[in-house]
Structure formats: structure tokens, C-alpha cells
Design a protein around this ligand. Structure first.
Ligand SMILES: [Zn+2]
Length: 278
């Protein structure tokens, strides 16, 4: 568990997603979940070791399986919080899509895969429409729309600590997944993120970071829009120069994923740049 600022911590899980951790006297709230019970145990142990309460609240930024798979890992007394769209979309999980996601990574521990494949995802119990403010044990936590990666996406801001938990609105050192996205809406969320004047960002994937991560991801996406403007997918793919795809691949590490798979993902993202998914 990494100390970010004040009462805010992060557990950087890869493969998996980052877990934002906000400690309060009423118990700790996490933003998005770890994948397996071993990781949940480590988070609670680390919290108790530095004198904080264990996890009592789970909030979710969006319903993608790598962010919500662990809703049952902290026991039955934990309260789950999310917006209405995530609540509705959480019914979408099927073992096939989970398996497909698991297969894009290399896992060190086969037991983890077995546990993940058997996971049961619980929907939020506290459901808000667009925004929600908690004053949990005196700590202000603001949930607000941060769409782009998905329409439903929520950001979670802790003003006193100056920390924004971005979920997949921001990726650091990872190629963003854009297959269900909308680039123009995403750029507006970047503007919103800049306006918050946060001190630190906990991205959905990769290390805790500052504004440079937003600028880099914006450049990456603008480059995709530029390529898309000169490419008509109806005429086939060869009109994207291979060098342009290589340049995009060089933006972020591949983390051991096959190059062919990541090239396909970049091409898919270029397609989405001109074909908003919501
Ligand atoms: Zn996602």
C-alpha cells in the first residue's frame, strides 16, 4: 500500500486495477476492488498496521470486471456505492468476457485465476444518479461524472488531500482501453480534471501521477484522431502507415502483452476515434 497524501493511499495492482484507499474514522472506503482475497487481506493488514480502520465501504468508478471483481472480498458488512448506470450495467458480466480479459494477461499464481473465474460480483447498494458527496468520519469525498472511457464513468475526489481517483479516465504507463469510448467526451473530462487543481492522481492503471499523465494521454488520443481523419475503415486498414502505429505503441509499455494484440488494440482505438461508442 502506497501513501499518496494525508489519509489517502493506493494499492497498485497489476494485472488488475489500482485501488484508491481513503481512510476515515468511520472505516476505510476503497475506490474499485482488488481481484482476489489475498490482495484484499493485504490491504486490510496494511491499513491496520498504520492505525487505520479496515475497509467498510467499496465504491466503484465503472463496471468493468477488473474494477469490480472483488466486491465480496471484504465480507458481508461492507457497503457498496456506485452510480445508477454502473448499477444497471453490472448485470452484464458473463464468464466468457471475464475469461477473455483474464487471457490477455500472464498470471503468476494459477489459484488467482481459479478464484477470479468463480467470483460473484455484487451491485451497489447505495445508488446515486450523477453526483454524491460523503462526509465520512469528517472526510469529504465527492463522486462526480468523468465520462469518456465509458458513459457511466465516475471520478472520486478528496478535496482536503488534493487527490483525485480517476479510475480508467486516466491511464499512466499503460495503453488506455478505448473500445467503448468517446474521445470528445473524454477530452472534456480531462478539462474537468485539470480544473480540480488536484495535487496527485491515482489512475486506473499504473503509478500515482500528476498532470503530465493527462497531457500525454491527450497527445496519444489526438494523434489517433489525426490518423482517423485520413483513414476510412470501409476501405480497409492498409491506409494506416505502420510507422504511425509503431509511434503510438511507443507511447506506453506493453507489459508483456503480445505485440500483435496491442497493435490490434491501437487500430481499434483509432477506429473509435472517429466512431464514438456513446
Ligand atoms: Zn475500464
Amino acid at each position: 500500500m502506497e501513501h499518496v497524501r494525508d489519509n489517502v493511499y493506493a494499492e497498485l495492482i497489476s494485472p488488475g486495477c489500482n485501488v484508491g484507499i481513503i481512510a476515515t474514522k468511520k472505516g476505510t472506503l476503497i475506490a474499485d476492488t482488488p481481484l482476489v482475497s489475498r490482495q484484499a487481506g493485504e490491504i486490510n493488514e496494511a491499513l491496520v498496521a498504520v492505525g487505520h480502520e479496515p475497509v467498510r465501504f467499496i465504491s466503484i468508478t465503472h463496471h468493468h470486471p477488473d474494477h469490480v471483481l472483488g466486491t465480496t472480498l471484504f465480507g458481508e458488512d461492507v457497503l457498496i456505492i456506485g452510480n445508477r448506470a454502473s448499477y444497471e450495467n453490472m448485470g452484464e458480466h458473463d464468464p466468457g468476457s471475464l475469461e477473455a480479459w483474464i487471457n490477455t494477461w500472464t498470471w503468476e499464481n494459477p489459484d488467482d485465476v481459479t478464484e477470479m473465474l468463480a467470483a460473484r460480483v455484487l451491485p451497489p447498494e447505495v445508488v446515486f444518479e450523477e453526483e454524491l458527496t460523503l462526509y465520512l468520519g469528517g472526510v469529504e469525498i465527492w463522486f462526480f461524472p468523468l465520462p469518456g472511457h465509458l458513459a457511466e464513468h465516475t471520478g472520486i475526489f478528496v478535496p482536503e488531500a488534493g487527490v483525485l481517483i480517476t479510475g480508467d479516465a486516466l491511464f499512466k504507463d499503460h495503453h488506455p482501453y478505448m473500445g467503448q469510448g468517446n474521445f470528445q467526451v473524454w477530452f472534456k473530462s480531462f478539462a474537468k480534471m485539470r480544473d480540480l487543481k488536484a495535487e496527485r492522481f491515482i489512475p486506473g492503471h499504473g503509478p500515482v501521477c500528476g498532470y503530465e499523465a493527462i497531457e500525454k494521454q491527450q497527445r496519444y488520443m489526438e494523434k489517433m484522431m489525426e490518423i482517423r481523419a485520413n483513414w476510412n475503415p470501409a476501405e480497409g486498414e492498409p491506409t494506416i502507415p505502420s510507422s504511425a502505429i509503431d509511434e503510438l505503441l511507443d507511447f506506453y509499455p506493453l507489459h508483456g502483452r503480445p505485440v500483435a494484440m496491442m497493435r490490434a488494440r491501437v487500430i481499434e482505438s483509432i477506429r473509435i476515434a472517429g466512431d464514438p461508442q456513446f
